[in-house]
Design a protein around this ligand. Structure first.
Ligand SMILES: [Zn+2]
Ligand SMILES: [Zn+2]
Length: 350
């Protein structure tokens, strides 16, 4: 593929000054940066193309050669662009570029991190709601140093990243941004380590939280308990506690939307003649529900015990218990039973 004109690549006029070249390049670099387009090979190519164009045009000598002789002229004058060195001399501008993504200032109030936990409840709890005491063990910012890890919170600007918190490092032909390993992206380093947390900025805390689990919750839901996450630092608000709900399997019932469904087994005579049956209780120690199957009920028909399910997730009231009729066909017949069924069969033919 023919190389595109460098001015066209950057979208600038041929007499563009250094400032407009730089801003055009920064705009393109931001748009196509591999960090932002991890799965897009076109972005990678566009990023390289812009970097190459900028590398040539920001150098007065190379630019003059290119203006006069074009791409071929650069090569014949020894200015061939080495793709592996495409970011040579661009560190300054990339530094600025990454600066645009800098994290919050190290001394700004910071909201605490969310804490996540999982709670397993019984199906009956989804009907009635429940309260759980949850034991949590999690990291939290050290109160002595406000999470900085620095004794008395005293910090110096990090020398390695010059306070940016980020470094541009080469990965193959690319420059990508990474957290500065010396300051973990904070841009600042402790003058001396905090004694309380040994400079980690964090302490492990154990605490117990009381969580109200409302009726109607379902397996896979996440409850957010406000302000029960990690403490914020420097006056920032706390994070939240996220509770992932698991619902233990019930021996009889399964959830279907707002309803609880279970198979109601009837013998053939019960189905034919009608019967009073008991549906199992949801809570193990509860009372069974009385269900009346009318004569002639068919397999797959449902009997509904209204309003005994969990509270509806949308709208008012409660879901139902839905009994799905199954008619059991006997397998091992006694001689007597066999005789009776044969008589029955004859009566059907008659
Ligand atoms: Zn640093
Ligand atoms: Zn500390």
């Amino acid at each position: 593929m023919a190389k595109r004109d460098y001015y066209e690549v950057l979208g600038v006029p041929r007499d563009a000054d250094a400032k407009s070249l730089k801003s055009a390049y920064r705009r393109l670099a931001r748009q196509h940066h591999p960090d932002r387009n991890p799965d897009d090979p076109n972005a990678e190519a566009a990023f390289k193309e812009a970097a190459e164009a900028y590398q040539v045009l920001c150098d007065p000598e190379k630019r003059a050669t290119y203006d006069r002789y074009g791409h071929a002229g650069l090569e014949s004058h020894g200015f061939a662009v080495d793709p592996s060195d495409i970011f040579g001399g661009l560190q300054d501008i990339l530094g600025d570029f990454f600066g645009g993504f800098r994290r919050q200032r190290a001394d700004a109030p910071t909201r605490g991190a969310d804490v996540r936990t999982t709670v397993t409840i019984e199906l009956a709890d989804t009907v009635e709601g429940t309260t759980r005491e949850i034991d949590l063990r999690h990291a939290s910012p050290c109160g002595d140093c406000q999470g900085t890890g620095a004794a008395h919170g005293e910090m110096d600007r990090c020398g390695r990243c010059n306070g940016m918190g980020r470094l541009a490092v080469r990965r193959g032909a690319f420059v990508v941004q990474v957290d500065c390993p010396d300051c973990q992206g904070r841009g600042q380093r402790a003058k001396a380590s905090c004694q309380e947390c040994e400079g980690t900025g964090q302490t492990i805390i154990d605490r117990r939280v009381r969580v109200e689990i409302p009726g109607g919750v379902d397996h896979g839901d996440t409850l957010r308990v406000r302000d029960e996450g990690q403490e914020g630092t420097r006056g920032g608000p706390p994070g939240h506690l996220l509770v992932d709900i698991r619902v233990a399997q019930h021996p009889h019932y399964t959830r279907d939307g707002d309803d609880l469904v279970f198979p109601l087994h009837l013998s053939f005579p019960q189905a034919a003649l009608g019967a009073k049956l008991a549906a199992p209780p949801i809570r193990a120690d509860g009372e069974p529900y009385e269900v009346v199957a009318p004569a002639g009920i068919q397999p797959g028909e449902t009997l509904v015990i209204a309003g005994e399910g969990p509270p509806r997730r949308r709208g008012r009231g409660r879901g139902d218990l839905v009994c799905v009729v199954q008619v059991d066909v006997p397998k091992d017949l006694s001689p007597k039973a066999r005789e009776l069924i044969e008589k029955l069969a004859q009566s059907f033919q008659g």
